[in-house]
Design a protein around this ligand. Structure first.
Ligand code: TXE
Length: 466
């Protein structure tokens, strides 16, 4: 399968004629090729975006709904492509990733129709606010939820009247390409949604500094996010950064143990631990430490998180090497591998066992660096203050979960843990309307609901002398 860029409403080969291999992480085999685009391709895509006509609110809403309907008719195809690119199970992409990606389009198709601005009356004057598009925007997305994170940005950007140049991850290019084709199929004007494939430093970097790009919305690693902020901020582009996490699951002895064990395992191993929200540090009250670890282990043993069956692979064998190196590091740092810790499957595949580590100090590298794999380190605490201090120890601040039956304690913890999102007795429960984003090194800005709509627009006040 040879993919193409999508520029000005049609397929475009990369200007240099070069391609990159797309690799199936379940086998390590090459399964296709993607354009290796450069600044020339980016320039063509931005020029197409700049020339795209502005649609009315109703037209944008109807377009997003039509795209959602067309994608819904292709769920099996999209789910298969997503599973091929990412190594996820087909069950996960069919029931989770693709429907969720479609919901993003439906949500913003509806939300933009009820968007309103304020009117502020003075004794002798009247102010009203115009909400206007920014112009062409750059959307740079990662590989862990390819179509979901693509539409999570494309939908509000287009709903608010902007044309888009998107750079999906070079590791997961397929579903974004189909989505761009679908936009044209259902009648999107030429240039409204452009997709440029390629490597970050070759295709992503020129996009972030292009003079006609008014805003950059990025989801990915903290190192890349800082590099993008470093070049886009001095050009005074609007920048939204959703970055990494090293999130705590804080478990008190008074919690519902069954619910907490299931929730904490999900937080640790969902999507093979490749979610910025993943609870990769389990901070558990000392008196239930051993029992809780046992409960986690039981779920693994009974097959809830079996690589290749109930859990997909990692994104690549290279990433698996990185994840595996942290298990070796954990041993050097004094930790015990309670279970897992090994590569499984064919040599060039990316399967890795769900892994529980104990006995590690809270300040070691394994417990402070983002691993982005199915590894959870377990740390006992004796008091609420100690639990909070441990939760806040890392430089990240994206998400956390607190497990307790004491609601007062839960509220206290929610206000004290330094993270943009706190879940109480649940994990990754998502509502489109709520702010999504992180504190500290986890990013800048918020996405979701009106937050994304505000990011992808600019307000202009008009004041009339009465
Ligand atoms: O992501 P990158 P990588 C974390 C996770 C992972 C680490 C590195 O810890 O191990 O980041 O992953 C594009 N200018 N997350 O290297 O580099 C790139 O092509 C413009 C957390 O795969 O952040 C891709 O489209 N663009 C995360 C996108 O940025 C550039 C999800 C993300 O790639 C660029 C993924 C540049 N200079 C990884 N360099 C989350 N927050 O969920 C790269 N890109």
């Amino acid at each position: 399968m040879k993919l193409h860029n999508w520029i000005a409403g049609k397929a475009a080969a990369p200007s240099a004629g070069e391609y990159l291999d797309n690799v199936d992480p379940k086998t390590g085999d090459v399964c296709g090729q993607i354009p290796r685009s450069n600044a020339d391709d980016v320039n063509a895509a931005v020029a197409a975006a700049k020339a795209a006509p502005l649609l009315s609110v109703l037209e944008r809403s109807e377009l997003l709904t039509a795209v959602a309907d067309a994608l819904a008719a292709r769920i099996p195809q999209l789910a298969e492509l997503e599973a091929l690119d990412t190594g996820k199970t087909l069950a996960a992409t069919t029931a989770g990733d693709i429907p969720r990606a479609i919901d993003n389009l439906r949500y913003y198709a509806a939300a933009v129709r009820s968007d309103s601005t304020s009117c502020n009356q003075m004794e002798d004057g009247l102010n009203y606010t115009l909400r206007q598009p920014l112009g062409p925007v750059a959307l740079i997305t990662p590989w862990n939820f390819p179509l979901h994170l693509f539409t999570w940005k494309v939908a509000p950007a287009i709903a608010m009247g902007n044309a888009v140049v998107a750079k999906p991850s070079e590791l997961t290019p397929s579903t974004a390409t189909v989505c761009a084709e679908v936009f044209s199929e259902v009648g999107a004007p030429s240039g409204l949604l452009n997709v440029v494939h390629g490597l970050g430093h070759e295709a992503g970097a020129p996009l972030t500094v292009h003079p006609d790009i008014k805003a950059v919305s990025f989801t990915g690693g903290t190192v890349t996010g800082k590099a993008i902020a470093g070049v886009a901020a001095p050009l005074l582009k609007k920048v939204s950064l959703e970055l990494g996490g090293k999130n705590p699951s804080v478990v008190f002895a008074d919690c519902d143990l069954d619910a907490a064990a299931a929730g904490v395992a999900r937080a640790a191993f969902f999507n093979t631990g490749q979610v910025c929200l993943c609870g990769s540090r389990l901070i558990v009250e000392r008196c239930i430490h051993d029992e809780f670890v046992q409960r986690l282990q039981q779920q693994i043993e009974r097959g809830d998180w079996t690589p290749g069956k109930s859990m997909g692979s990692l994104i690549s064998w290279q990433h698996r090497e990185k994840v595996a190196s942290y298990v070796e590091l954990a041993k050097e740092e004094g930790g015990t591998v309670v279970c897992g810790g090994n590569r499984v499957g064919p040599p060039k595949s990316a399967f890795f066992q769900p892994t529980i580590l104990t006995g590690l100090p809270i300040d070691c590298r394994v417990a402070t660096e983002e691993i982005f794999g199915p590894i959870v380190s377990v740390h006992p605490f004796d008091s609420e203050d100690e639990a909070i201090a441990m939760a806040n120890f890392v430089e990240y601040g994206l998400a956390s979960s607190v497990w307790t039956s004491d609601l007062t304690k839960a509220h206290r913890c929610a206000a004290r843990i330094e993270s943009g999102m706190v879940w109480i007795n649940t994990w990754n429960k998502r509502d489109f309307r709520v702010p999504f984003g992180g504190m500290k090194q986890s990013g800048v800005g918020r996405e979701g609901g009106r937050y994304s709509m505000e990011f992808f627009s600019q307000d202009r006040n008009v004041c009339i002398q009465l």
